[in-house]
Write a protein that binds this ligand. Structure first.
Ligand SMILES: NC(=O)c1ccc[n+]([C@@H]2O[C@H](COP(=O)([O-])OP(=O)(O)OC[C@H]3O[C@@H](n4cnc5c(N)ncnc54)[C@H](OP(=O)(O)O)[C@@H]3O)[C@@H](O)[C@H]2O)c1
Length: 426
């Protein structure tokens, strides 16, 4: 018996998915025993040329067609955005149809409601493509590692920003030139703000935190800093100290609860994430029993992402045909979300200071007063001025910020040129 697939969205991901479901139908049947048939595709603009051809009437413009059409057994949402995607996904789940989505924004914003609707209808809600595109990371976290005590998740989950930072580091390009090249290669959109501000990575950090720790983290509670202010001097400073700068999504368990954050970070050159260059994505997991795991690969693109979506479609179709009353694969609500202030971080500060006797002692005292100790100091004197690179030991964020407040008022500190956290280094 064929499983009827309805797909909302036929752009980069959806268009590729439709084409592959049609072209690879026999292959999928041979490998899985499932016959997957595209029965309806919903798009916004019915006049647009598509890379596939379907019989007239099969392509429509109303997403609710996927819920009301009885020939659609399984709904794929690959159009993006909160609405009408959210209404469609909820209605499909309530109608007892399994849903596969690639929509990180929707899952991050409404996971508790959607997961509950899936559980109530006992149908799967799968979203492997929502984080890391073609990298299998959701299923490993939700299923393979369900019995593991995870301690930390650290990811490079935005290819655009990793491309920009890699080009600045390796080619010596300015931020502006690297962004222009990313746009030329279509890694970055004309309006790159969602990527460079860290907003895209926030949704993924929230999802990773939810899966790793069983706690839903509202994206509004994920601390966010983008890469817009990273300069060539910051990258040179990182290199001098043996680090490379990456935009990281970090989720971890602290004594006060789970904390998720997105910000640029210095990563040691010998850390596995330091080797992730260009538009590649990677997620580095630390667990009490399993140790360290690295998942890496293409984080976007029509084909890699469609592969992840297709895997979910096969999985959901299998469950549908087996008639099993599936238990939800994820559940939230087994812990607290803590404030960003609670997390312990290490900072690297780049300072311009007066080069005179006693300056270092006064700077060290400002850190000491805030309860932050210094791990290393690198100094480059140039007559009456000097550049200092200070790396701290771990201390709560609020203490690091108090130390910074104590520094900026010192008359010997000309400028705090930048502060970048250090991750993956003890
Ligand atoms: N692109 C990637 O590499 C990638 C990777 C991972 C996850 N994702 C996620 O996958 C989803 C789709 O991304 P995409 O890059 O494929 O987007 P896209 O190229 O912009 O395609 C969006 C599709 O949805 C349709 N659509 C949008 N609003 C609609 C509405 N109100 N009613 C009916 N159809 C509507 C569009 O129709 P028209 O064609 O008529 O405009 C288009 O076919 C997003 O959630 C994204 O975050 C994408």
């Amino acid at each position: 018996m064929a499983v009827g697939i309805g797909i909302a969205g036929a752009g980069t991901v959806g268009g590729t998915l439709v084409r592959r479901l049609m072209a690879d139908r026999a292959m999928v049947t041979a490998r899985t025993g499932l016959d997957l048939e595209v029965r309806r595709v919903v798009v916004r603009d019915l006049t647009k040329e598509r890379a596939f051809s379907l019989p007239p009437g099969m392509v429509t413009a109303d997403v609710m067609d996927l819920v009301t059409d009885d020939s659609v057994d399984l709904v794929v949402e690959v159009m993006g955005g909160l609405e009408p995607a959210g209404t469609l996904v909820l209605a499909a789940l309530q109608a007892g149809k399994p849903v596969v989505t690639a929509n990180k924004e929707l899952i991050a914003a409404r996971a508790p409601q959607l997961v509950a609707a899936a559980a109530a209808s006992r149908v799967p809600l799968l979203f492997e493509a929502a984080v890391g595109g073609g990298i299998p990371i959701i299923r490993p976290l939700a299923e393979t590692l369900a019995g593991e005590q995870m301690s930390r998740v650290m990811g490079i989950v935005n290819g655009t920003t990793n491309f920009i930072l890699s080009a600045m580091t390796e080619q010596g390009w300015s931020y502006r030139d690297a962004l222009a090249e990313a746009q030329r290669l279509e890694y970055a959109e004309a309006d790159p703000s969602a990527d460079v501000s860290g907003a895209d990575a926030v949704a993924k950090a929230a999802i990773l935190a939810g899966l790793a720790f069983g706690v839903w983290v509202d994206p509004a509670r994920v601390h966010r800093e983008g890469i817009e202010r990273i300069s060539g001097e910051d990258l040179a400073a990182a290199r001098r100290l043996g680090y490379v700068v990456k935009l990281l999504a970090v989720a971890e368990r602290t004594p006060a609860g789970v904390v998720a954050r997105v910000h640029p970070a210095m990563v040691p050159l010998d850390h596995p994430l330091a080797a992730i260059r260009g538009a590649t994505n990677a997620v580095f997991l630390s667990g009490a029993a399993v140790g360290e795991l690295l998942f890496a690969g293409p984080g976007a693109g029509g084909d890699p992402t469609a592969t992840a979506v297709l895997g979910d479609v096969i999985d959901a179709a299998r469950e549908l045909l087996s008639g099993s009353q599936v238990a939800p694969r994820i559940a939230f609500g087994v812990g607290e979300v803590a404030a960003f202030d609670e997390v312990e971080t290490r900072w690297c500060l780049r300072l311009e200071v007066e080069d005179s006797p006693g300056v270092l002692a006064r700077i060290a005292a400002a850190f000491g007063d805030a309860g932050v100790s210094l791990r290393s100091v690198w100094q480059d004197g140039r007559g009456d001025r000097a550049t200092l690179l200070l790396v701290t030991h771990r201390a709560p964020e609020r203490a690091q910020r108090a130390a910074l407040a104590g520094l900026v008022v010192l008359d010997v500190v000309v400028e705090v040129a930048s502060t970048i956290r250090v991750e993956g280094d003890g």
